[in-house]
Ligand binder design. Structure first.
Ligand code: SF4
Length: 504
């Protein structure tokens, strides 16, 4: 579930759930929700639990399962920021529930800063066999800093910081406002996001020692705060860091940060090209991988569209407790990892996960499936993306055994909340001429398209057949099993591609 799904301000809409108008408009609602300030969506209230470091322990899993059972939700969704999202709520969470969440570390004790605990780190931090620095202490220090600086409640809830330890499972392509990437045993490279919505941050020509990281983050946050105080405006629509940098210019922002640090070190931010981000792949966390710890492995587990049911939360929590270290890690690809399993226990653990109805490899059609909130949750959606994505994945799973990961992205409108980077297959929701829901299909980011002409738009029920036809052609006509979808597409003419996507 994307974290940037549109939600409307309560003063303008009410919400409908189970055919009943809900009175959700009596309080001012947030645009970007946190646990204390839910937002309104089409299907009711929507709220997010920010999970520090993306790591849940056994008691948090139990508390989460209990919370869902209490409020009557079948599942929670892991978001593309490795947080947890509850939707379709018909009322705010009771104070007693909030107290329990605070006690188990799933909500900030300081209500002003819960929304800005927007910290992402590699889900394999501390266990990644290739990492340069374990970023968990640094991320924890940043969270502590936020907790004792209530003035930073002025930050946008989208003010996001990523910590990447330089290992094999990188978050460098995630669209954080700030990313620190380990590039040596005691060195981080600073990245800032200055591009369009959803773009990845870029290096700004500054290398920091571990000790310099926290002062730099604090200075950037305080500089942001100063600038929004200067500019004023609608506090519900706080600017992103990129907007602040865009309005004052990178050099002036750099100077502001330098003054805030009050150190002797001189630096000027520069907008540099990122040469590393293309190496990042979102499927590397799936399957089983050796950890840096001897005879310990982590198992990546797929949650289709990030949905994690009460039974699966309890089940994975119990497996983690019995055969791992009692922890489960959420990933920004909306899946989870089960770390610290011994080689001896792996086969049993894998079979128990399968019994929970969960897939563990990157090549299943649900593994790299992304969909935004869609028509049930977002007023801008032309299609029911969640249901259509599941139907497509089920069709493909029944018909094909994939031998390469396939990234499918279903978007209810052009805003592309669920996935900003290029997917193998993208379905763009449209309204056809008679206003019925339909899709335009894009393969490999517009290399091949079907549906640009309105008459070619496909009704949702025809999409699985079209995509199935295309995959059949790819499997039958590729040079060998190693030929990627992109390489296959690149040797087709535009007319051939149209034909491969066509549904009779
Ligand atoms: S319909 Fe558009 S705005 Fe709404 S969640 Fe989907 S992509 Fe975002």
């Amino acid at each position: 579930m994307p974290e940037c799904a549109h939600v409307a301000i309560a003063s303008t809409i009410s919400s409908r759930r189970m055919g009943k108008e809900l009175d959700l408009v009596s309080v001012e609602r947030s645009i970007c929700p946190d646990i204390y300030h839910p937002a309104i969506a089409r299907d009711g209230l929507l709220t997010r639990l920010r999970v520090p470091g993306g790591v849940l322990n056994e008691s948090q899993c139990q508390a989460l399962a209990q919370l869902l059972a209490t409020i009557g939700l079948e599942y929670v969704q892991v978001t593309n920021r490795a947080n947890l999202q509850l939707r379709s709520l018909d009322r705010d969470l009771d104070p007693s529930i909030l107290t329990k969440l605070t006690e188990c570390g799933l909500a900030a004790s300081n209500t002003a800063v819960d929304g800005i605990r927007n910290v992402m780190l590699s889900p394999t931090a501390g266990i990644d066999a290739g990492e340069l620095i374990d970023v968990r202490p640094l991320a924890a220090a940043w969270l502590e800093y936020l907790d004792v600086h209530p003035e930073l409640g002025a930050l946008s809830n989208k003010f996001s910081v990523g910590f990447d330890g330089g290992g094999s499972v990188s978050i460098l392509d995630r669209p954080n406002d700030i990313t620190l990437l380990a590039v040596g045993a005691n060195e981080f490279r600073l990245y800032l996001n200055m591009g369009d919505l959803g773009t990845r941050p870029v290096p700004v020509g500054v290398i920091l020692s571990v000790a310099e990281c926290l002062p730099m983050l604090a200075a950037i946050a305080q500089s942001y705060r100063q600038r929004i105080e200067v500019s004023g405006g609608d506090i519900r629509r706080k600017p992103r860091l990129r907007d602040i940098i865009g309005s004052c210019g990178l050099t002036e922002f750099s100077e502001l940060v330098r003054r805030e640090i009050r150190g002797s070190r001189h630096f000027i931010f520069k907008n540099l090209t990122d040469r590393d981000a293309d190496l990042v792949s979102g499927d590397l966390h799936l399957g089983v991988h050796p950890q840096r710890q001897t005879d310990r492995y982590y198992q990546g587990v797929v949650l289709p569209l990030g949905r994690w049911t009460v039974g699966q939360i309890r089940g994975l929590g119990s497996i983690a407790s019995r055969y791992g270290s009692g922890t489960i890690r959420l990933t920004p690809w909306q899946n989870v990892l089960l770390p610290d399993v011994s080689a001896r226990d792996l086969p049993l653990v894998q079979s128990m996960i399968t019994d929970l109805g969960l897939v563990q490899t990157a090549t299943h059609p649900t593994s790299l499936l992304r969909a935004c909130a869609g028509a049930t949750g977002c007023q801008f959606a032309a299609t029911d993306t969640q249901a259509d994505a599941i139907a497509l994945a089920e069709y493909l799973a029944a018909k094909f055994t994939l031998d390469r990961p396939l990234n499918i992205h279903v978007s209810g409108c052009e805003k592309s909340c669920a996935q900003h980077d290029r997917a193998d297959i993208t379905l763009w929701g449209q309204s056809s001429s008679d206003r019925s829901p339909s899709y335009r299909i894009e393969i490999d980011g517009a290399t091949a398209e079907f549906g640009r002409e309105t008459s070619d738009l496909l009704a949702p029920e025809r999409v699985p057949i079209a995509i199935g036809n295309f995959i059949t052609a790819y499997h039958e006509q590729r040079r060998d099993r190693d030929e990627s979808l992109r390489a296959f597409i690149n040797r087709q003419s535009s007319a051939q591609l149209q034909q491969l996507l066509h549904v009779a």
